[in-house]
Design a protein around this ligand. Structure first.
Ligand code: DGJ
Length: 727
């Protein structure tokens, strides 16, 4: 059992970390420790004085105790803790006080699913233990059930919260964070988060922690291009391969808020959960609200070890279904070669080209339905475009499959165009406020997936298409954000629920889709990485992480995203030059290397390539096929950070260390500079490794402790090595 119970205190153990909490004499739940391993002992005694001037003492409390200075486990609003609360309610009498005290606890073998929300899971009970603690505010009878799962094989703790109204009056839940942790004085010094925008997602930002609050958030209805629902606290000197790191990753795809507050006594309160702005949930007597899960990862060996824990856990115990452990197909996507202008012969020609190169699937993107010739119409009218596909979709799919590749199809299930049969028939099916004209984003509106009748009809239409032809791959896109958020399906007192209900509706749709079509490979996309989060990962096999296909831009985007997500779920396409987003011209070897280390795809018309480049692209496809098993299970080491110099480098090592792939890209060449050394990680120092391309060999210790110096190269030049154990 990785959970040890003392007298009203618990130590959760993962292979290399401990998480401890205890109940004070007053019944408050106190955070004790999250970090390197500590044998179970009474840590509560080690912080006997919890009082300073101006610290209020609870009416029934001992004199030396105040919630104001206590490291709390689940702080509530309007009591004697003045820092950011994890839970906030408005009671029926208009007051907001909540004083949650310990009631009971139970230990469960394994992990129970979270109803209605995606979460990590176990396949066998021995993989984890779960602690559930029940807290209660006696006057209002509001209960909080905190759930902690410690994994035996991962340095991860999954936390979630359910709020129950056991009273007799309705209550408004205004905030509930899934995790709130008070790290002790002087542990975290900086915090790291992933920020960006469309086409430049997941930029790594590191900022010092000073007094007060810092936060990142999404108010866009989706997790967003702008901020990923993830952050990490960094201890003294923490960097890629050293130092203490505490990671927080929220398994949720909607509005979120993450805050880090350094209080007056240098405690660091870190919280993440659904964004309270625009959120309010009506809890009738007997009702409960389930908040999403947060996956906490502690690493004593820097950011690299934290990332590898997230990668292993997410790959094996967040992704699910029969396709979880299968290799992702290499797709040729027609978007950048045709945009909206194509017909059946164009697509068939692309399929033939794809097959000739060794690709495995033709992915037909936007524009195949209704009368969609640009982005101004037809979303929601999921029937084949009469002019582009005159013989129907089945003929298109059969034609593509006859060339020897499988067929994939684009949908934007949550969207509707004002110019569509669907909206004309159901003008009130969108998320909108009845008194206002809705804002348009990319000329489209959002269907209210919080309403079962809306998503059932869309489901019926999409399922009919999927049943009509052998379609093995679906790209789920989402190209605008939620505005004027309101639902005609909700009474006035429940309008604050609309955004979260939409997210729940998307999950319910995906549950149904993955249950009915378990062999369908789903690519998650929201204008690139606008909804790249663990919630969507639970239902999809890969994510299109950016609309930016430029190899140099992709270095920062992919390596930034790799802080949390494995490269093996990131779609990366070899595309044309000059690049469509930034106009840059990069060599084929660089475009190949940057894409082939993720889930390789193609986004150009191969017929337009010179013969040599076509042959080079075919070689990248062949290499990717050979590397796929290693990419799917290998451990990532980031070697050189593209934001900190003129180079990027990373490597992927087989779990048994017998094989590794190393990539290096020189971004801009410098004249007469210092010689550049590349030192590797994760190999066995005592083994000899041979490069499969050149036959050259080196000892593991030399590669890791001394490193290579290799020749200066020009701008945007890439090298890669495929090393195999030789002795
Ligand atoms: C945005 C996606 O990110 C692109 O790949 C493409 O599918 C377009 N939408 C189509 O509208």
């Amino acid at each position: 059992m990785p959970i040890h119970a003392l007298n009203r205190a618990w130590f959760l153990e993962t292979p290399q970390s401990s998480y401890a909490l205890g109940v004070t004499a007053t019944g408050h739940l106190q955070h004790w420790h999250w970090g390197a391993k500590i044998a179970p002992t009474d840590l509560g005694q080690m912080r006997p004085v919890l009082i300073r001037s101006f610290s209020p003492i609870p009416a029934d409390g001992p004199e030396m105790f105040s919630p104001d200075t206590m490291p709390a486990e689940f702080p509530s609003a309007s009591g004697a803790d003045f820092r950011s609360p994890a839970v906030e309610v408005e009671l029926a009498d208009g007051t907001a006080c909540l004083d949650l005290r310990y009631q009971s606890h139970r230990l469960i073998a394994g992990k129970t699913p979270i109803e209605g929300l995606p979460s990590t899971y176990v396949e066998h009970e021995e993989e984890a233990s779960t602690l559930q603690i029940e807290l209660l505010d006696a006057p209002s009878q509001i209960a909080a059930i905190l759930s902690y799962t410690a994994f035996t094989g991962h340095d991860a703790i999954a936390r979630s919260v359910r709020i129950e109204n056991r009273g007799t009056k309705p209550v408004r839940l205004k905030r509930v964070f899934c995790a709130s942790i008070d790290l002790p004085e002087a542990s975290a010094e900086r915090w790291l988060h992933l920020a960006g925008s469309w086409a430049r997602e997941t930029g790594v930002n590191i900022a010092p922690l000073g007094p007060g609050c810092q936060s990142i958030a999404s108010r866009r209805g989706v997790s967003s291009h702008q901020h990923n629902p993830f952050f990490a606290l960094l201890g003294h000197g923490a960097k890629e391969e050293q130092g203490e790191v505490w990671g927080f990753s929220l398994v949720y795809s909607g509005n979120f808020l993450a805050t880090v507050e350094r209080d007056q006594f240098a405690l660091t309160r870190a919280q993440i959960g659904i964004n309270p702005e625009g959120f309010a949930w009506q809890l009738l007597p007997g009702a409960s609200f389930q908040a999403p899960e947060v996956v906490l990862v502690y690493s004593a060996a820097g950011l690299g070890a934290m990332s590898r824990t997230y990668h292993r856990l997410f790959r094996t115990r967040l992704l699910r279904g029969p396709l979880r452990d299968t290799l992702r197909p290499i797709a040729l996507n027609n978007w950048e070669s045709t945009y909206f202008t194509f017909d059946a012969p164009t697509i068939l020609a692309l399929a033939q080209q794809a097959r000739a190169l060794g690709a495995e699937l033709l992915m037909l993107d936007d524009g195949w339905f209704g009368k969609r010739d640009d982005d101004k119409s037809s979303l929601g009218d999921w029937t084949p475009h009469a002019r582009k596909l005159p013989d129907g979709l089945r003929a298109m799919v059969d034609g593509v499959r006859a060339t020897g590749v499988e067929f994939g199809l684009w949908f934007e299930p949550e969207m509707v165009s004002p110019d569509s049969e669907l909206l004309r028939a159901h003008p009130d099916w969108t998320i909108h406020s009845a008194a206002r004209r809705p804002s348009l984003g990319r000329n489209q509106l959002i269907l209210d997936f919080g309403r079962a009748e809306v998503r059932d009809e869309i489901y019926r239409r999409i399922a009919a298409i999927l049943h009509s032809a052998p379609i093995t791959y679906l790209k789920w896109d989402m190209n605008r954000h939620l505005t004027e958020v309101a639902s005609v399906g909700l009474p006035p007192e429940r309008q604050g629920e609309a955004a979260h209900r939409h997210v729940l509706g998307v999950y319910a749709f995906l549950e149904r889709l993955t249950a009915e079509f378990p062999q369908l490979c789903i690519e998650n996309c929201a204008g690139g990485g606008g909804r790249f989060d663990p919630g969507m990962l639970a239902y999809t096999q890969l994510t299109w992480i950016s609309d930016n296909t430029d190899a140099i831009s992709r270095l920062s985007i992919q390596l930034g995203a790799s802080l949390v997500y494995p490269l093996s779920v990131m779609g990366a396409h070899y595309s044309a030059v000059p690049n469509h987003q930034v106009g840059r011209v990069t060599p084929p070897a660089t475009r190949g290397a940057v894409a082939a280390g993720c889930v390789l795809g193609i986004m150009l018309d191969p017929a337009k390539l010179a013969t040599e480049e076509r042959a080079e692209l075919a070689r990248w496809i062949e290499r990717h096929k050979a590397w796929r098993p290693l990419l799917a299970s290998g451990e990532l080491h980031r070697l050189k950070d593209p934001r900190q110099g003129a180079e990027a480098a990373w490597m992927i090592v087989a779990p048994d260390q017998s094989e590794a792939l190393v990539f290096h890209v020189r971004i801009l060449a410098e004249p007469h500079g210092p010689f550049q050394r590349l030192r590797l990680y994760g190999l066995n120092p005592d083994w000899v490794y041979r490069d499969t391309a050149t036959g050259e060999s080196w000892r593991g210790d030399a590669l890791m402790r001394h490193g290579w110096i290799f020749p200066d190269t020009g701008d945007f030049a890439a090298h890669h090595w495929h090393l195999r154990r030789a002795d």
